[in-house]
Write a protein that binds this ligand. Structure first.
Ligand SMILES: N[C@@H](CCC(=O)N[C@@H](CS)C(=O)NCC(=O)O)C(=O)O
Length: 204
């Protein structure tokens, strides 16, 4: 049985969503950040980085949310990565893009706006990172031209992993209205029963 460590509102959320898409039974264990449970000896044995998510499945311990998602799909629902080698490559491409290009500027702004006490907040960090977003959103928007999903055919981890980062943008006040294809894509994704289950878990 899979155990996923973390909460729906953390980076573990995207793994929870992948588990729902795969339809695999799992146990969700909250890790109490307030008591620093994520830095405890017991948790560090599962994830030496002291971060959520982490996952166990039998004898396997795994960290990194997108690697966890790949594992879930590979083992329990391979078509979630794609049915052809080309589609699988597209899934990897967008997942890497989400984590290496899009996530950092969005998270930098999120940290400043949501976690940083006002007196320590850096407007320079906010501005510098917000400036990077229009180009990235234009790339995504153009790539979605005439498509429901990123590979042009079916919903895959490409959509799931990219959406899990894009969904943070409204929380930092980024204006998404110029990106019409992104908006249609978000609507198509939000109709998915697995997404709705995950979204409800996020609401708490
Ligand atoms: N690249 C990691 C990032 C994980 C991450 O940063 N998790 C945050 C919560 S969203 C965390 O556990 N932070 C605690 C800390 O850094 O001490 C992944 O995608 O799994």
């Amino acid at each position: 049985m899979i155990t996923l460590y973390g909460s729906a509102r953390s980076s573990a959320g995207r793994c929870l969503w992948a588990l729902e898409e795969a339809g695999v039974p799992y146990e969700l264990k909250n890790v109490d950040m307030k008591t620093k449970e994520h830095k405890s000896e017991a948790f560090l044995k599962i994830n030496p980085n002291g971060k959520v998510p982490a996952m166990t499945d039998g004898s396997l311990n795994l960290f990194e949310s997108m690697a966890i998602n790949n594992y879930i799909a590979e083992k329990y629902k391979p078509e979630l990565i794609g049915t052809t080698i080309e589609d699988r490559a597209i899934s990897s491409q967008w997942s890497f893009w989400a984590s290496s290009e899009l996530q950092d500027p969005i998270i930098q702004v999120f940290i400043q706006k949501v976690f940083m006490p006002e007196e320590k907040r850096s407007q320079a960090v906010i501005d510098e990172n917000l400036e990077k977003l229009p180009e990235l959103f234009n790339i995504l928007n153009k790539s979605l031209e005439g498509k429901t999903y990123l590979n042009g055919k079916t919903f895959t981890l490409a959509d799931l992993n990219v959406q899990s980062v894009v969904s943070i943008a409204p929380m930092i006040g980024f204006d998404m209205s110029p990106y019409k294809n992104v908006d249609s894509w978000l609507k198509a994704i939000s109709d998915r029963p697995a997404f709705q289950k995950y979204a409800n878990l996020r609401k708490g």
